[in-house]
Design a protein around this ligand. Structure first.
Ligand code: SF4
Length: 363
């Protein structure tokens, strides 16, 4: 429990949403409450997605008042929401208790509702095509703040509709906030809570090799998406500073070992940038590099970020790239571009609001 308490030391409040069942038991035992109290509260937070103590009507009024002061649950609130008129994608901007802003996205697919959560407020990894990194990183999020993004969105969906898939692909590099991300996955999977299958969870990394290797040994078979974005180290280094630390061979080998340990098929995220990594030659080189691994390439026409100067390729060159991959033995899908009429790309809405600009989905 100490880690969880430490995270909020400055505010001297307890972070109950981040606690496991047994940590909650210790917490309520210290308050002199009966053992079943922890079970009730765990269910309220993780199964019913409660955001206030008032809702927990099977707790005494005195206890609710005490917890309201000492363990607030309204630490993550919706600041703004944009909904795409084209595909129903919703972009949420959440305000945290310390004033930091984070983004989450709800994507609606035939297979269910998928929520993309942030793991940090901002990001320090510096990928050129990404708006999340423009102002650096403010801080790591707690597991509870990540869970709150999922629970708040599910609550807004209304009765009968559920979040079926979760991807940690928003702002932040999950491997930089490793312990909280693992705690988040385990709490999501808890059978007394939301009870989501690890198979419906995905973590995306820019290629932090020790993190990938550590994750392979956790015994939680979540899907792994690698932000690859280039067919070789030379181009990768121009787009992603992390490529100077971990070369492609080393990153691909770690992913291969992840597949061997978990049996989860890999996804290679590839943002296509006009004139930089989008030629059929690049596709052939890429196919050659990844052929030995069990994975699928997810092609994403880059979302222009003002600061980067990077341009989106034409639809025709995206299709040509996909064809060239297929001809050379690599499976590839083109990501459906969701939320084009709102600030759909990672970090865009947060950046605009922080800089006092008008978000593009606002009327
Ligand atoms: S793509 Fe991911 S790792 Fe890279 S800067 Fe953006 S949030 Fe960070």
């Amino acid at each position: 429990m100490n880690d969880v308490m430490d995270k909020k030391k400055n505010t001297e409040t307890a972070d109950l949403r981040s606690m496991t069942g047994s940590e909650l038991s210790d917490f309520f035992a210290d308050l002199g409450e009966p053992a079943f109290r922890a079970k009730q509260v765990f269910s309220w937070i993780h199964e019913k997605g409660a955001f206030s103590w008032e809702e927990m009507t099977n707790l005494s009024k005195n206890l609710r008042e005490k917890l309201k002061r000492e363990a607030p649950l309204n630490d993550v609130r919706v600041e703004r929401m944009q909904e795409s008129r084209i595909d129903g994608t919703r972009k949420y901007l959440f305000a945290l208790s310390d004033g930091n802003l984070i983004e989450s996205v709800l994507m609606r697919y035939r297979f269910g509702n998928s929520v993309c959560v942030s793991s940090q407020a901002g990001c320090r990894m510096g990928c050129r095509f990404c708006a999340s990194t423009v102002n650096g990183v403010a801080r790591d999020l707690t597991a509870g703040e990540m869970l709150a993004q999922v629970y708040a969105i599910e609550r807004e969906l209304g009765k009968g509709e559920r979040v079926s898939h979760v991807v940690v692909m928003g702002s932040g590099e999950p491997m930089e906030n490793y312990d909280a991300v693992i705690r988040f996955f385990r709490l999501l999977a808890d059978e007394k809570g939301k009870h989501l299958s690890f198979r419906n969870m995905t973590v995306s990394t820019c290629g932090i090799v020790p993190g990938i290797r550590r994750l392979a040994g956790e015994g939680i078979p979540v899907n792994l998406a690698l932000s690859l974005h280039a067919p070789n180290d030379e181009i990768r280094k121009t787009l992603m500073p992390i490529a100077r630390k971990y070369g492609m061979d080393e990153v691909l080998a770690a992913c291969g070992d992840y597949f061997a340990a978990t049996g989860r098929r890999l996804t290679w995220e590839y943002a296509l940038v006009r004139g930089i990594n989008d030629s059929p030659e690049h596709a052939r080189e890429l196919a050659e590099r990844i052929r030995a691994y069990n994975g699928v390439v997810n092609l994403i026409p880059v979302n222009p970020v003002t600061e980067s100067g990077l341009k989106e390729p034409s639809g025709e060159s995206v299709r040509r790239f996909q064809e060239a991959l297929k001809e050379n033995g690599a499976e590839a899908t083109i990501r459906r571009t969701l939320g084009r009429d709102i600030d759909g790309a990672c970090g865009q809405l947060r950046k605009r609001v922080m800089q006092g600009e008008k978000p593009i989905g606002d009327l």
